[in-house]
Design a protein around this ligand. Structure first.
Ligand code: ACO
Ligand code: ZN
Length: 479
């Protein structure tokens, strides 16, 4: 090993000698854990140093500013002397010690990457996510129980079908996905210091105050403020509450722009054309970027449709989440980006958005799949949706003719659900449902899965969807 390649692990008596790129145990907020963290940036204000840290095995949304007392300086790994990254992660190249506060970037088009990042940090979900991820894997791998219902698959299963966008199980990604040539939020493959750090402290959106998870390229004058104020209907942003109040006097919107194409109870969906409502679409992308890490923001929203889900009350239609969709996808993507705003997360809205996206695909008579890479939470949600939807089909399939057992083909599952074939196969494999028995593939469904189905209360009612798919290829030719 070259001398330059060595990492320097040393005792350092004070935090003063710490530099960016150092790794050391740091106390995580809201707990007594001291995971290994990397110092991304250091700032000094009134004689006090603040450290922006990334917990090495955790998702970036947990990155935070900490004070000196949160650092365990007894064992520090200094960055390599050649300036290369410590322990394989990117070490910032620039130093930002000083009074400037959190660095940020002016509004700009972010340069297009050569290839997207394909890491899914599923080991580090919020709320003890490592445990959750392990539990999920266990759930997926659960062995067939005695009281199972056997269904024959009248189609061979490819031996080593790669799971789309899935690196949970294997831990290694295959770089198959390529970024679109034009997009509103495009998968990115590089991290510079600026975009590695959260730049917005807090947003106020309607009655919610939300702490952002990631960097978003809001204009310079919006960063370093205690809070930015966003109109919940048109998504325009303002520096202060006063400015927003002035805006609200003029802003007459009480729902997103575009057509309301679905309404059931208090839930509505609005379809917004990224070309016709460019300002709204761009502001939606900016807002979404605060919670989406693996995408880079572009301002060309023309090729996209945006489906915004709202909840209605006497004050209007409040945004809950959305997904974007390419008007024409050469790769059969039916979702580009998907988001449930944090105050609404873990209540079933994510799977409702996913269900809606497949309902649109059913209307189009196509199968579809989400754009890759998926985030950790995206993968969890899709896996859960796919598993429940496919199990539902399997449990309700009936024996045909003289057959004792129901027979269903993979293609039939695809047709019924609009889920793309690779995703159906990977789901069956993940659930450990496929077995080879007497020369044929058998799917064995555990009756306990019925319980899991009962939990899903929020469902899309296709009767409430008033929508006709457009042929965008023809439209493009007309223009
Ligand atoms: N930890 C563990 N499990 C979670 C978490 C979490 N923080 N959040 C959701 N889940 C699980 C739920 O338990 C549920 O599974 P289950 O029903 O089997 O128990 C499943 O994920 C879906 O839960 P929902 O409540 O339906 O989904 P939610 O409204 O929370 O939205 C979403 C999911 C959209 C992924 C949300 O977490 C989000 O917006 N995240 C930030 C943006 C993002 O990562 N989007 C996906 C990017 S991939 C792409 O754009 C194609
Ligand atoms: Zn407004």
């Amino acid at each position: 090993m070259n001398e330059n390649d060595e990492e320097l692990t040393t005792f350092c008596d004070s935090a003063a000698s710490l530099v960016e790129g150092c790794r050391l145990p740091v106390r995580m907020q809201g707990g007594d854990d001291w995971p290994l963290a990397e110092i991304i940036s250091i700032k000094e204000s009134r004689g006090q140093r603040g450290y922006y840290v990334h917990y090495v095995d955790f998702n970036k949304r947990l990155d935070e500013w900490v004070g000196e007392s949160w650092l365990d300086t007894r064992k520090v790994q200094f960055p390599r002397r050649d300036g290369a990254p410590t322990g394989g992660t990117t070490t910032p190249k620039k130093t930002h010690i000083g009074s400037g506060g959190m660095p940020s970037e002016p509004r700009q088009l972010v340069s297009r990457p050569a290839s997207p990042t394909l890491t899914h940090d599923t080991s580090s979900l919020v709320n003890g996510g490592a445990v959750l991820a392990a539990a999920l894997q266990k759930k997926m791998n659960r062995k067939r129980k005695a009281n199972s219902l056997d269904i024959e698959v009248a189609e061979p299963i490819p031996a080593a079908e790669s799971e789309t966008g899935d690196t949970i199980a294997s831990g290694a990604a295959t770089p198959t996905a390529r970024p679109r040539q034009s997009g509103s939020l495009v998968a990115h493959g590089h991290d510079d210091l600026v975009t590695r750090m959260k730049n917005i402290e807090m947003i106020e959106l309607g009655r919610h105050r939300i702490r952002p998870w990631y960097f978003a390229p809001y204009p310079q004058e919006m960063v370093n403020l205690p809070c930015i104020y966003i109109c919940e209907f048109c998504l325009k942003y303002r520096k202060s509450k006063k400015c927003l109040e002035r805006h609200l006097i003029k802003c007459k919107l009480k729902h997103p722009p575009g057509n309301e194409i679905y309404r059931k109870g208090s839930i509505s969906f609005f379809e917004i054309d990224g070309r016709k409502n460019k300002c709204y679409a761009q502001n939606l992308c900016l807002l979404a970027k605060l919670f989406l890490d693996h995408k880079t923001l572009y301002y060309d929203t023309d090729p996209f449709l945006f489906y915004v889900m709202t909840e209605f009350d006497s004050r209007g239609f409040h945004i809950v989440g959305y997904f974007s969709k390419e008007k024409e996808s050469t790769e059969d993507y039916n979702v580009a980006c998907i988001l449930t705003l944090p105050p609404y997360q873990r209540k079933g809205y994510g799977k409702l958005l996913i269900e809606f996206s497949y309902e649109l695909s059913k209307f189009e008579g196509k199968t579809g799949s989400p754009e890759k890479p998926l985030s950790d939470l995206g993968l969890l949600s899709y896996r859960s949706y796919w598993a429940q939807t496919i199990l539902d089909i399997l449990m309700h399939s009936k024996p045909v003719g003289d057959n004792e057992k129901p027979i269903i083909t993979i293609n039939e599952i695809c047709e019924l659900t609009s889920i793309k074939k690779e995703d159906v196969i990977s789901t069956l494999q993940n659930l450990n449902l496929i077995n080879y028995y007497k020369g044929q593939y058998i799917i064995s469904v555990n009756r306990q899965h019925e319980k899991a189905m009962e939990k899903r209360m929020l469902r899309i009612d296709p009767k409430c969807l008033h929508w006709t798919p457009k042929d965008w290829s023809k439209r493009a030719k007309c223009v």
